[in-house]
Structure formats: C-alpha cells, structure tokens
Design a protein around this ligand. Structure first.
Ligand code: ADP
Ligand code: MG
Length: 238
C-alpha cells in the first residue's frame, strides 16, 4: 500500500479548501493530520475517498492515479473511511450496519462472514449485540461500530476522521487502544485526523499540521512536540 498526494487543491467557487497538498502514507504507517477546526482535514479525507471533487493535483494509490474514480471503486482498491460524526444507521441492527461496510465483498458470503468474525474478535462486546439497533449503542460503541463497519471491506488504508470527538476521556482511550491494535497487530496503514492532538501524535509514526487548507509542518511526533504551533493546539502554554 502506498498513498501519494501531489499538489492537491480543492476549490469550491471562490473558496480554497485545500491548496497544494503533498502528503504520503507508506505501508504500515500511521500518519496523523492535526490542525484547528475548519483547516480542511475532513475535506482532505473526503477528497481521498472521492466524496468531493478535486480541482487540481493527483491522488496516487499504489502508483495509480485514482482521482475521478467513484468511491466504491476506491473501496474495492483498499480504501475505507470512518467518517466524522460516525454516521451509523440508528434504525438498523449492528449486523446490518456491518453488512453495509461489506458492500464491495457482498457476493462472497464466506468472506463476509470471515470479516464479521474478524471485527468481532476486535470488538468482543459486539457479538452479544449484533441484533440490537445501532441507535441503542453508547457513543463509544457507535464509534467502534463505525470503525468495524469500515474494516468489513478489508481495507489496506483506513482513513479516520475525528474518532474521539464527543467521547469521554476513558472512551477516547479505548478508541485509541483499538487504533494501536490495528497498527501493531493487524498492520493496517492509517491516515488519522483528530482534534485530540496528544492522542494523534502518540499513535502516529509521522504527522502533518494543516492550517487554512495548507500543510505547514511535517515531521515525527517527537519533533513536532517541540513546535510552538503544535503545543498551542495541545493547550500547552507557549
Ligand atoms: N461543501 C462545502 N462548501 C463550502 N465550504 C465548505 C464545504 N465543506 C467544507 N467547507 C469549508 O471548508 C473549510 C474546511 O472544512 P473541513 O474540511 O470540514 O475542516 P476540518 O475538518 O479541518 O474542521 C471550512 O471553512 C468549511 O466551512
Ligand atoms: Mg472535520
């Protein structure tokens, strides 16, 4: 797996949402993107998934240009998004929510059942709740379900948008434990966007700082910790 974004810009009318973005994710890497609200983090993930049109630049996945491909083809190639706000379906059961994530493999029933077993191994509590409605889960469980749903298509690169938003600190730790497991035991590559800068940097191999649609810094977490701008986002007095 290799993602390489070159000179990517996204403009909507007069608005420039992303400008000249250059970013890579290599095999097995967890790459963080941090930055304030409105910086363009979600726009970046949407552009990679094909949920928003890009104005210029290239999104290369395994050396193939994927701009212009419909989202489901990107999912078939190995991309999956855990969207901001989770977007699980409250009136569908947990199992039905999972099956939605299995859309691109739906014809291979054996594979679908294998993937369900895979996510149930990762989230054992879910087994007892497969027939419960998604809306009856707690916020943290809904976040886990959103992650599980994205894992159903067996992605090679998982894009995570604000996985800790709105969750109590103890639940945030649980979510990051799952992200660590995916990194260390499953070896899945990830591009992670989160306003929880501390958690993002802890789990990331490398990170970028995005401000007003532009990447302004890139480095290893231990280097970024020294940067005033990053410390400011972390609430550390600088
Ligand atoms: N479809 C859209 N049309 C116009 N402006 C948008 C659209 N989507 C996002 N924006 C604007 O683009 C900027 C970046 O948004 P977003 O990517 O959601 O930021 P972040 O995820 O970093 O908070 C914000 O100013 C937002 O209001
Ligand atoms: Mg966002």
């Amino acid at each position: 797996m290799k993602l390489e974004i070159r000179n990517l810009s996204v403009e909507i009318g007069e608005l420039t949402l992303l400008k000249d973005i250059n970013l890579t994710v290599s095999e097995g890497e967890v790459v963080g993107v941090v930055g304030p609200n409105g910086a363009g983090k979600s726009t970046l993930l949407k552009a990679i998934m094909g949920l928003i049109n890009v104005s210029s630049g290239e999104i290369m996945y395994n050396d193939k240009k994927i701009n212009g491909l419909p989202t489901y083809e990107r999912v078939e190639l190995g991309l999956a998004l855990v969207p901001e706000g989770r977007h699980i379906f409250p009136n569908l059961t947990v199992r039905e929510n999972l099956l939605l994530g299995a859309y691109v493999i739906r014809k291979d029933k054996k594979k679908v059942e294998e993937r369900i077993e895979f996510v149930l191994d990762l989230f054992p509590w879910m087994r007892e709740r497969l027939n419960q409605l998604g809306g009856n889960l707690s916020g943290g469980q809904q976040q886990m379900l959103a992650i599980a749903r994205a894992l159903m298509s067996n992605p090679k690169l998982l894009l995570l948008d604000e996985p800790s938003a709105g969750l109590a600190p103890i639940i945030v730790s649980d979510v990051y434990k799952v992200i660590s497991t995916l990194k260390n035991e499953v070896g899945i590559s990830m591009l992670l966007v989160d306003q929880n800068v501390k958690k993002t940097l802890e789990v990331s191999d490398r990170a970028y700082v995005l401000e007003r649609g532009r990447l302004v810094l890139e480095g290893r977490p231990e280097e970024l910790y020294k940067e005033d701008i990053v410390r400011a986002y972390m609430g550390v007095k600088v």
